[in-house]
Ligand binder design. Sequence first.
Ligand SMILES: O=C(O)CCC(=O)C(=O)O
Ligand SMILES: [Fe+2]
Length: 308
Amino acid sequence: MEKLVSSWYKNKSLPESYKFPPETRPGNLFVPTSKTIPVIDLVQNRADIVRQILKSSEEYGFFQVVNHGVPEDVMNGSMDVFKEFFEMPAEDKAPMLHSEDPRNRCRLSTVCLGKVQNLCREVVATFSIEVKKLGSRILELVVEGLGLESGYFEDKLSESMMLSVNHYPPCPDPSLTLGLSKHCDPDLITILHQGDVYGLQVFNNGEWIGVEPLPSALVVNIGNLLQIISNDKLKSVEHRVVTNSRVARTTAAFFISPSDDSIIEPAKPLMISGASVYRACELKEFMLHYLPNLENNEVVMKHFKLQA
Ligand SMILES: O=C(O)CCC(=O)C(=O)O
Ligand SMILES: [Fe+2]
């Protein structure tokens, strides 16, 4: 545990256990800047918003939103709380984190945060409520774009929301490791507050492209479950996080998912000539297959395809 919460990185070289196998190291950290993830203004003509969301979700599986309605002071206040937490002495943080292995994710959950201070709980609760509202709004825009009936994702299909706060300390050699390995998210959509430090990269047409940090924007990506429900129209795309040697990066990701007992299957109106790309499965079964294969999205999705 000490390894995960201490400040060893300040004066040491990268420990062996943090180095990735050569084939998965980021190597060249400079990614093309000519291609960027679309930025969608949520205050404009509704038909244009729907069209842009659909296009970005089909092409990139990612987009950023601005004028999204989550107040800037709530975003900044929450980010300050998260950063403050990681600046606490290691002994104070240790009981709230769980993972002995530096290769595993070491996450601070909302449950843990509640223990920090009442004040934090309030600002983070407000942030969560606002993001949940934004999530429902984005899902409804997706529903419209897909031609599904209004309210398709209301209630159980988007009942669960988990907040995950990621902290990436400065790294002595960013070319040898990753902040987060490549993966897709096992949810409907993820809404990410990435703060102002670069690190997120998205796989697109055979190359990694960077997601530029924009003040007050939120990053949205399509998860595996929405790819299944959209019958492969929308794409859940692999992404990863690179580190840097100068500054720590803290991000907050909200995962919006169906309730645990949901059945995940392509929406009937999206089956082309009645054909479904995926079989129906329980969310529990999806997660059981996702977790051991999370770094190989093809393996994850193939398991649920009708014609593998
Ligand atoms: O921290 C980031 O930029 C991305 C985090 C992420 O992809 C995740 O938590 O699933
Ligand atoms: Fe992710």
